[in-house]
Ligand binder design. Sequence first.
Ligand code: SF4
Ligand code: SF4
Length: 362
Amino acid sequence: MKHLDEYRDSKLAMPLVEELRKAVTKPLRVMEVCGSHTMAIFRNGVRSILPEGMQLVSGPGCPVCVTSASHMDAFIGMADRPGVRVAIFGDLFRVPGSHGSLAEASSRGAKVEIVYSPMDALDLAVRNPEELVVFLGVGFETTTPGIAATILAAKNQNVKNFVVFSTQKTMPAPMEALLSDPALQIDGLLCPGHVSSIIGAGAWEPLAQKYHLACVVGGFETADLLKSLILLARQVANNDIKVENVYPRAVAWEANQRAAKMVAEIFEPADMDWRGLGRIPLSGLKIRKKYADFDAEVRLDITLPEAHEPKGCLCGNILKGMNTPRECPLFSSRCTPANPIGPCMVSSEGTCAAYHKYGQDE
Ligand code: SF4
Ligand code: SF4
């Protein structure tokens, strides 16, 4: 298959559904790590055709959902400072911190601008030389090369009023933290396709071996999803645990060396706070001292404030695959996309948002 349409073809999907039914010969619980997989699984109706015995739980792969409340509070604190303009991806706008969101800060006069890329934020800095423009780096390996390239561009162009607040996170570090908890009974991982295009499918091998965990890197169309689930079920049924890549049109076995080199020039591994998971050693990327002029935490002398999760929100457990959104008492009552209490309901890749939009009864 060469074209995207072929992966969406329903005639092709029906035999795969049948194959999946045959492949599931014993109960298994699979975690989809990536928020885009969660959304794609709902959108393509995959949950409704899951054979008995196969359970899907969502994981910590939505970058907005895992942004800690203390980081949100720090972002809001920066936006409130005179002379500072904060540039963000749109999903962050309404994410609650301890005492409100960037949307609320903006409505009381803070300068918050939605951008589509870090380069847009750099452009904003060039056009507003009297302000300090802070780009909020919230993402995984997929967004880090673009941020590194933007910092290099800012240096080359000698732009002095552009900085990045990096809360960039890396995989598979949080999965290691999750899987070391025996309460989380997971047999397999549907590994994130976009992240794997940067880190390579081989990056999942240590995890597969250490936790005897079936791992399949999958794409996002119906046929991709079904094939991934079939291979996961077969690995578990045959006790033949390994890493398989069914997304070779985007993912290689090895890491993308060009991206890795650029990222290593600007960033270094650092401990990072994750919403719901706490601080995970070396699971994030901080800007190297050499580029401190572009580091918001250095330029604005930021200390992370102590934060409180929104009262009653179960996002932490949802990101760990311990609860489903329907088990949250606030789901679709006090917490809705129009009035989100936690980030999982705000993000376009959030699990609560997916359940609310596509299948709250599943
Ligand atoms: S950044 Fe990519 S891999 Fe991570 S949740 Fe989003 S789509 Fe999935
Ligand atoms: S429904 Fe809302 S309050 Fe409950 S876990 Fe999801 S985001 Fe949090």
